[in-house]
Design a protein around this ligand. Structure first.
Ligand SMILES: Cc1cc2nc3c(=O)[nH]c(=O)nc-3n(C[C@H](O)[C@H](O)[C@H](O)COP(=O)(O)OP(=O)(O)OC[C@H]3O[C@@H](n4cnc5c(N)ncnc54)[C@H](O)[C@@H]3O)c2cc1C
Length: 597
């Protein structure tokens, strides 16, 4: 059975030593969010995840959800766990106090997200979808809708969904058929079928609030003609309690590869009553608020699964004895050495460690930027932070989830045949991690978003938010000889990223297929460089701490430096390969006729 221990020491290192999260408490509204308070909140979060959610992960996977006549039952123990989650007020952790939230920084919310996804990704999706819906309602709905729905969602009494996908349209939402017809009372009647709706129906909450994309009768064709509607499962009565059943029913649930304990539903809307969120035909804008939040959340799923898979692989590699070390016996008292002595096993463990810890720093940093966007008094800083988040969102989503899957499968590999056997639990991590590469915009679409939308936006302004501070940090770090073994490879990789950016911009202008063909390689280069930057930051802190005396944590800081070395020597060279592939252009992908395949 897999185990999980929240990596609080590592989290504290990133938050307090690398990112200086103390600065958050200087922002208006976050005065209480001191490092001490954040640390005690995270200790409680760790207890929830280790003691309540993680023990249900395997059983939830084995049992799955049950569907009968439109009703969905979650696996045994989920209702009680959700109740514990609700009582703890976790849903409102980083949400506006005006609606009952605790108003803590989003950075803390990002940590919670990681811990929940490590301990039970399928469970985490129920509150995760609610969180995205809350954000969209807060940003775009009328004051009346906000007052009616948000407090119930913030308290976890009601949950939320996002309903975009239809049988014939996933990526291309312009093909949408679901219709919304205005009623005389200002509401709308929604009719259509949505598929693959996560948490569309379940028994955890007394009401479910669907955010549904649909087309008004006068909608212009394509993506520009989509509007967003709030459609509750039960229409609230005069006491704002679930009243009459609305015309929305779950038609079935999917039998799928992973996240078995999260219901993936076909949702039939049949003249269901709903309310417009935001302006008519501007639904994609409103839905993007939800999707951006969800994309970052999905990135944290990749990180969360990688972190728990890694933890278990390390424990197994220290325990499992097979063969002898190539450099001589390491455990003479045993019949064989533990497999952690073998270089190939080490390679997988180091890759998992280097990705997980580097991505953790990057993910939390993006979380901090969201806090600046919301709270910083200076509009220039807010704009800069917003640009940074927009640029990094596709990178976090796609790079983290591609790597989450890679780490999960490499960690499964560490178990040999036992990794393939269900009871060891490693196959679940592989299964769960796989979906994160697909939903919330498949990773190929994230790469197109980065190359096609984020790079050219405001004449490259978003890019400068990343390039300029990174350049400055590299220049400043070059002056320290102890850092050179890290600075040089990171600077080289950064140079390749800059070159790739110029090539993509230049070629893409003339021939869009060239930009499309380059996009996945480009995003990967971006992810590697961004995590390389994080490792540079972490090495600096670790070296400084060791120089100061390290206070009994010599091994911890030393491990950081060793892991950074692995990252720059073994993982960062992928940039060269990706760059070469990118430079070869689109021809070899595109020259074949479709009927030659
Ligand atoms: C378990 C699960 C949970 C989900 N939860 C939700 C949910 O809660 N709400 C919701 O609305 N949806 C949900 N989805 C749907 C999910 O977001 C879609 O499956 C996804 O967006 C892809 O759409 P599609 O399946 O129609 O694939 P398609 O759009 O048909 O795409 C097929 C492939 O072609 C690629 N492709 C398509 N167009 C392009 C292009 N222009 N350029 C490059 N590549 C392209 C895609 O990347 C993909 O690899 C869920 C799906 C699953 C399986």
């Amino acid at each position: 059975m897999p185990v999980y221990k929240a990596p609080l020491e590592d989290i504290s290192f990133v938050l307090n030593d690398v990112l200086n999260a103390e600065q958050l408490s200087k922002l208006p509204g976050f005065e209480d969010a001191t490092p001490d308070l954040i640390s005690s909140v995270l200790e409680e979060a760790a207890k929830l995840c280790e003691n309540v959610l993680q023990p249900l992960n395997r059983s939830g996977h084995e049992e799955g959800c049950h569907y009968e006549n439109g009703v969905v039952r979650t696996p045994k123990g989920f209702k009680e766990a959700y109740e514990t989650y609700r009582e703890g007020g976790w849903q409102g952790l980083a949400f506006d106090p005006d609606y009952g939230g605790q108003g803590l920084p989003h950075t803390v919310g990002f940590v919670l997200e990681e811990l929940m996804c490590s301990s039970n990704m399928a469970f985490a999706m129920y509150p995760g979808l609610t969180h995205g819906a809350m954000n969209a309602i807060r940003a775009h709905a009328s004051d009346e809708l906000k007052a009616q729905y948000l407090p119930k969602m913030v308290s976890s009494e009601w949950s939320g969904t996002m309903c975009l996908t239809e049988p014939h349209c996933g990526t291309d939402l312009g093909l949408m058929k679901t219709k919304a017809v205005p009623s005389d009372d200002g509401s709308y009647r929604i009719t259509g079928t949505k598929i693959f709706i996560s948490a569309g129906e379940h028994d955890l909450t007394s009401n479910i609030i669907h955010l549904v994309l649909a087309k008004l009768p006068d909608a212009p064709p394509g993506i520009k003609g989509i509007s967003l509607f709030l459609v509750p499962k039960f229409l609230p009565n005069e006491n704002n309690e679930p009243g009459v059943r609305n015309g929305v029913m779950c038609g079935s649930i999917e039998h799928k590869m992973g996240i078995m304990a999260n219901a993936t539903c076909v949702m039939n809307f049949d003249d269901a009553k709903g309310w417009l969120v935001g302006e008519p035909h501007k639904g994609m804008r409103a839905m993007f608020t939800m999707m951006n939040s969800a994309r970052l959340g999905v990135g944290m799923q990749g990180l969360g699964v990688a972190a728990v898979a890694y933890q278990n692989a390390v424990a197994y590699a220290k325990d499992r004895i097979q063969g002898r070390s190539l450099s001589g016996v390491k455990a003479p008292d045993k019949a064989a050495d533990p497999i952690i002595v073998h270089p190939d096993v080490r390679k997988n463990l180091m890759q998992a460690k280097a990705f997980t810890e580097g991505a953790r720093a990057l993910g939390y940093w993006v979380g901090m930027m969201i806090d600046l966007v919301e709270k910083h008094p200076d509009p220039v800083v807010r704009q800069e932070a917003d640009d940074f988040v927009a640029l990094l969102t596709p990178v976090v989503k796609a790079y983290f989830t591609d790597m989450g899957y890679e780490v999960a499968t490499n960690s499964q590999q560490m178990y040999g045949g036992h990794g393939y056997i269900r009871e060891w639990g490693m196959e679940q991590f592989v299964r769960d991690a796989r979906i994160a590469m697909i939903y919330e915009g498949a990773n190929g679409i994230q790469a197109l978003d980065l190359v096609g939308r984020k790079l050219p936006q405001n004449l490259g302004r978003l890019l400068r938010r990343f390039f300029h501070p990174m350049q400055a940090e590299l220049e400043q770090s070059q002056e320290n000889p102890a850092l050179l073994e890290f600075v040089i490879p990171v600077a080289k990789a950064f140079g390749k990223l800059q070159q790739a950016t110029a090539v993509v911009a230049q070629k893409g202008m003339a021939r869009p297929d060239e930009a499309g063909a380059a996009s996945t390689d480009y995003l990967r280069i971006f992810g590697l460089v961004a995590v390389g930057w994080m490792w540079l930051k972490m090495v600096k802190v670790a070296q400084a701490k060791l120089a100061e005396g390290a206070d009994g944590k010599e091994s911890f800081y030393d491990a950081k430096i060793k892991t950074a070395r692995f990252f720059v020597e073994k993982m960062l060279p992928e940039v060269d390969f990706r760059f070469k592939s990118l430079m070869s252009g689109a021809k070899s992908m595109m020259e074949m006729d479709a009927d030659q395949f």
